[in-house]
Design a protein around this ligand. Sequence first.
Ligand SMILES: [Zn+2]
Length: 261
Amino acid sequence: MISTIHPIPAFSDNYIWAVSETGSNNVCVVDPGDATPVIQYLNANHLVLSDILITHHHPDHTGGIAELTRRYPARVTGPKPSAITGITDYVAEGNLVELFGHSFSVIEVPGHTLDHIAFYCADTELDKPILFCGDTLFAAGCGRLFEGTPIMMQESLSKLAALDPSTNVYCTHEYTLANLKFALAAEPDNLALQRRNQAEASKREANLPTLPSSVELELATNPFLRCTQQTVIRSAYAQLGRDPKNEVEVFSALRAWKDTF
Ligand SMILES: [Zn+2]
């Protein structure tokens, strides 16, 4: 069983999620871009690294693999095909990853990168379903399109938006306040968004993470999941200077706007 999921801060705004097993000192980390804070966390809590999950090839998600696997005999599960060194278990859409007695299903979510995957666990013995989604879905935002196309990213986000609304969403960056600033520009009249902005600002003032988020909260406040809403379509119209032809054009206009926001 999983007992806790703890954020280990890394670099300026990454979180490396540490998943602990009930009744043992085994830990799994997700996207360890830097080994040093992970080793400090394991040593301080007398824990042993048994597993690493990798969502995509960017160095701020993979940079710690070599040092961590030199110190611990950890299984490293990640996407195929991929340029990542050190993966022991390659996975693709629909594969199941067994972790501490739970099954995580692999969801392919290309867009930010072409190799990007997410890990989802809907086990009913958990308090809530769990999603590790790397740089695809962020709190009130989404990842930049470094390798994929807008239609690819929108299909990927749709897969995540269709998960159980109560799912806890563990993204890998503390980008929430900047994303909310943009979301409010795209949807100034969204009351749920205004409330969320206040709540998340209070957390950051208290130096608390704004994560995990939930699918339900993202559906209500994340403009990139709300491309069929009239307010979001109006914002896309203002960016394009004409009516967007379809939902993908709305998404694409929002993403281009956010890139220069
Ligand atoms: Zn990335």
